[in-house]
Design a protein. Structure first.
Length: 185
């Protein structure tokens, strides 16, 4: 910022300080994007793409899966990093879940409110439950008028599929966008 250039943080995780700098970058006519990884990076782009196309938004629901679709005998590399105890596994099962209900950010017990969800790719129908993810906080921060935002995930190993489901009104009609992607290694 002090040297007058744009910033793109391509890592993942919470870059709280960089997010706080956002207004300072804007005041100087610069762009600052923290966490341009899958989440909140690519997921935020999916949601924002659909949010811009609606007149009003009822809800934004993020659904993730991380599932091993490769037989264990065919694994030629180390499995997904997040499943080490010191990685994300402990975080995924012990951190309070978050969601936005009626415009307010609320905390729930970890892995709350399970539901069946059908992913469009090879995962298909599976059980997902509430998680904590900064993506939800970012969307709530930048779109405070969206009354309901959820983030649910299924955790197994390895294959990653994710999406944003945005419901709202366009030209007086109820509309639902469901955009899913499969990040590739």
């Amino acid at each position: 910022m002090e040297i007058g250039v744009n910033y793109l943080g391509s890592g993942f995780g919470v870059e709280t300080v960089l997010a706080e700098w956002d207004n300072e970058f804007k005041d100087k006519g610069l762009l600052s994007i923290a966490n341009a990884y899958y989440s909140p990076g690519a997921d935020t782009i999916l949601a924002h793409y659909t949010i811009e196309r609606l007149n009003s938004i009822d809800s934004v629901d993020f659904r993730w899966s991380i599932v091993d679709i490769v037989p264990s005998s065919e694994h030629s590399r180390q499995l997904y990093w997040g499943f080490s105890l010191e990685g994300m596994l402990l975080h995924h099962y012990t951190s309070p879940a978050k969601r936005v209900e009626n415009g307010k950010l609320v905390e729930l017990p970890p892995r709350s409110d399970p539901e069946m969800f059908t992913f469009k790719g090879p995962i298909g129908k599976t059980l997902v439950d509430d998680m904590t993810d900064e993506l939800l906080v970012y969307i709530h921060q930048y779109f405070p008028d969206i009354p309901n935002i959820t983030f649910k995930e299924v955790l197994c190993i390895e294959f990653n599929e994710r999406g944003a489901i945005v419901k709202g009104i366009k030209d007086g009609q109820k509309v639902e966008y469901n955009i899913q992607m499969w990040p590739s290694e």
